[in-house]
Each structure stands twice: as C-alpha cells, then as structure tokens.
Write a protein that binds this ligand. Structure first.
Ligand code: AMP
Ligand code: MG
Length: 417
C-alpha cells in the first residue's frame, strides 16, 4: 500500500521511547529518606527492603469455633474426648492436652502443641464433660500454623515499592509502627499565557480559565511529593525567565504549561535555553509534540504543551516516570490489553498517538471505541475515557475490527446498568 501523502514525520522529534530513556538517564535517584509513622505511609516509597522479623501468624491457632483435640490418627470414627478446658483468643489454655482429651477453642485462640486437629462446633455432641464426634478427623484440620501467611525473614516490601493500604495492613501485622521512606521531592509548576485568568475571576471573550494548574495539581496529588503552585506568568520572555530562575531554585522538578511551541508568543523554550540547558523539545507523540525537557541548575524542567489533553498525556508518559525515578520507585510498564476496534480510527504516520478510548467487555471479548472528539483541547475525551488507545508512529489509519493496544487507566469496567 502507498504511504499517505500526509506524513507527520519530523526529523528533529525524538520518539516516545528515546525521550523516556533520555529523561530517565538524566535523573538520579535522590537518596534522602525519612522515618514516618505507619499511618502516614500511604503512597510513600519504601526506602529499604523490609523483611519480616517474625512468623505471621506467630502461634498455632484455630480457624474455627470448636474443639481442639488430641486424637489417635489410626481411628476412623466415633471419637470420644474428655473436655478439660477452654482457650479463647487472647486467653490461652496453658496445660497439656493428653491423648483423647480436648479443649473448647474459639477462632484465633491458641491451639496447644499437643493438639493435632480442630473439629468445628457443629459436628460435636456435648454431654457434661464428654464430647463425641461421629465424623472423620484429618490431622491438622482447621489449624492455622505459624508462618502460614508470612515466614520470618521473608521479603515483605522491596525497596522502591509504593505503599498501599494492604501493605500498611501487613506492616501493622508485623508490629511495625514506623517506616523508612523516600523524602518528598518538591514539584513546582506555573502556567503561561496572556489569555489565562483565575477561576474566581469574571471571564471575557478571548480569555480562558487557567485549568491546567488545577489539572496538574490534581495529577501531582497521587504522588509522594510536595506541591508548589507558582501561578500564571504572562507571555513575556523576561517574566518567564525570572519565574524560571526563582522556581527552579526551590524545586526538584518544575513544570510549565503553554508557550512551548513555535508561535510568536511562545517563549518557554528560549527562556529555558537562557536559564539552563535544553535536552530536547520535540517528541513524535500526539497529543504533545512540543515538550521542552532540560535542566535549570539542579532542577529538572518540563515545558509541557498548553492544551489540556496534551498536558495529561505528556504528564502520564514522562513526568510520571521522572517523579518515580527521583524517589526510587520501581517504574513498571503500563498494562497493555489488546482490544477489537469498534469504529475506524483516523491517523497519519509519523507520531505515536494516544487516543482516548472506552474499553468494554462483550461476551468475554474486549472491545474499544473512541471516547469522543479527539482534539487536544477537548478534555471531555479524557473525562469519558477509561483507556488510551496506543497507535505506533509508523501506522496509518486503523480499521474497525482490527486489534489495537489499549492502556487502561484503572482496572475497572463499565458503569453498572
Ligand atoms: P499554547 O501552547 O500556549 O499555544 O497553548 C495552546 C492552547 O492551550 C491554547 O488554546 C491555550 O489557550 C490553551 N492553554 C494554554 N494554557 C492553558 C491553561 N493554563 N489552562 C487552559 N488552557 C490553556
Ligand atoms: Mg500560549
């Protein structure tokens, strides 16, 4: 098939993988860490391997309310035991249980060493101090053994893991009240544009509410970082330079939006060139081609595009990885699912595209469709989406019925009916 005459190939643009490599290569992990309380550790990054210093559970205990018995394994049925005591959770029975003796046990209560099974309450006939069991008993049934969940010296959390609610539960079950995590780096941002006004101001025609700063603030809240909002800067080279200088001296990473293209009012690239060092400023990606990356003294700088969808896509693709590298978090590849296209997708060769899509399952098969108008200014396409549809640089339009790669935002499905 002949190539489309519309080819977006730009020899000065890096492809997504090259750009990501350059970014990750340039950023060294900041080794600083701090010890914080367990409750405060949600979404923080573990600074050292955490091994278990005990077995979980740490004592032999009952999985049922019933009777812990010392029984003879050769016998098949009609067991009769003398009930000699009881063991509650937190109140163990500490004497010996001999052969053909039993004690009453509650779930989680200590099972004495000499007991070799627990029989559930419902299967036991009780008469005075005697209990009778007419079913089979298997050795070790209904007993939870030490280390069944976690063994002493097991690696519980590897360095670089983001702590979630399950991890917090596990650490608490090990009796850890504090934890060593990476220190929060400071991420600052400002918007550029003469058309921008604050959300509490009255809007005139030709003005735009500065939504990017709210978008970025929201995006950053998912990360273990300190957030600094530097407001809006007008489209002026000296003003942008001045703000870059100030903000870069206070931040580990600085993000700007807008003014990074080649229009007459786009000064971000030039300001970066004057204040620091540009690594690259074009990526073969759609949305988000103009993206200036570089360094101002010790601060890593991302000049993101102005259009809101481009902000989110480039943040997800590049800023995400940069923050993770900085705090020593493991950087995992996104989960990629192959899905069948429900409608044609228009595209030109030359850039990798991240269309916004809606994944759904029909009769066990995965389908995806566009989530609406795909302009980089149309934030609704992201609002209505649950995945990106990733289409490679060298691919032209894709037809309905073809299989495409999708990256789900969250592992959820559609709304309930
Ligand atoms: P620019 O990259 O500065 O040419 O901006 C591209 C488009 O994004 C223009 O339509 C801008 O009005 C819009 N834009 C830039 N910055 C923001 C912002 N902070 N909030 C909302 N829209 C913006
Ligand atoms: Mg602008």
């Amino acid at each position: 098939m002949k190539d489309s005459c519309f080819n977006e190939f730009d020899p000065n643009a890096l492809n997504v993988e090259e750009a990501l490599k350059k970014i990750l290569h340039s950023i060294k992990r900041k080794g600083n860490h701090e010890t914080i309380t367990l409750k405060d550790s949600f979404r923080r990054i573990v600074a050292e391997d955490i091994k278990s210093n005990k077995n979980i559970p740490n004592y032999k205990n009952s999985a049922m309310d019933g009777y812990a018995v010392n029984f003879e394994n050769t016998k098949k049925e009609n067991f009769v035991f003398k009930c000699i005591g009881e063991s509650f959770a937190g109140h163990p029975y500490s004497k010996k249980v001999r052969l053909n003796e039993a004690i009453k046990v509650m779930t989680g209560a200590l099972v004495p060493e000499s007991c070799n099974a627990v029989v559930m309450k419902e299967l036991v006939a009780v008469k005075n101090n005697q209990i009778t069991i007419n079913s089979r008993i298997s050795p070790n049934q209904n007993i939870r053994f030490p280390g069944e969940d976690i063994k002493k010296n097991d690696l519980v959390l590897p360095k670089g893991k983001e702590i979630n609610e399950i991890d917090i539960g596990i650490l608490a079950s090990l009796g850890k009240s504090s934890i060593k995590v990476a220190k929060k780096p400071t991420i600052g941002f400002f918007s550029t544009g003469d058309e921008l006004i604050g959300v509490n101001q009255k809007i005139k025609k030709s003005q735009v509410y500065d939504s990017n700063r709210y978008l970025i603030h929201g995006l950053l809240q998912k990360y273990p970082v300190k957030i600094k909002d530097y407001g809006v800067v007008r489209d002026s080279l000296p003003l942008i330079e001045k703000k870059l200088k100030k903000a870069s001296s206070q931040c580990d990473v600085l993000l700007t939006t807008g003014g990074v293209s080649v229009g007459d009012a786009d000064f971000v690239k030039e300001a970066l060139d004057k204040s620091g060092k540009i690594s690259f400023w074009k990526i073969a990606v759609k949305p988000g081609r103009p993206l200036a990356y570089g360094k101002i003294n010790k601060c890593f700088f991302f000049g993101l595009p102005g259009n809101p969808v481009s902000v989110v896509v480039t943040f997800n693709l590049f800023v995400d990885a940069a923050i993770k590298k900085l705090v020593g978090q493991s950087i995992l590849k996104p989960l990629m699912l192959r899905a069948k296209l429900e409608s044609d997708i228009k595209k030109r060769k030359g850039r990798k595209e991240y269309k916004r899509g809606l994944l759904s399952v029909k009769k066990g098969e995965l389908f995806v469709r566009s989530s609406g108008s795909q302009g980089s200014n149309i934030l609704s396409s992201l609002k209505n989406a649950n995945c990106y549809i990733e289409i490679d640089d060298d691919v032209n339009s894709v037809e309905k019925g073809s299989f495409v790669n999708t990256i789900p935002f969250e592992l959820s499905s559609e709304h309930y009916e």
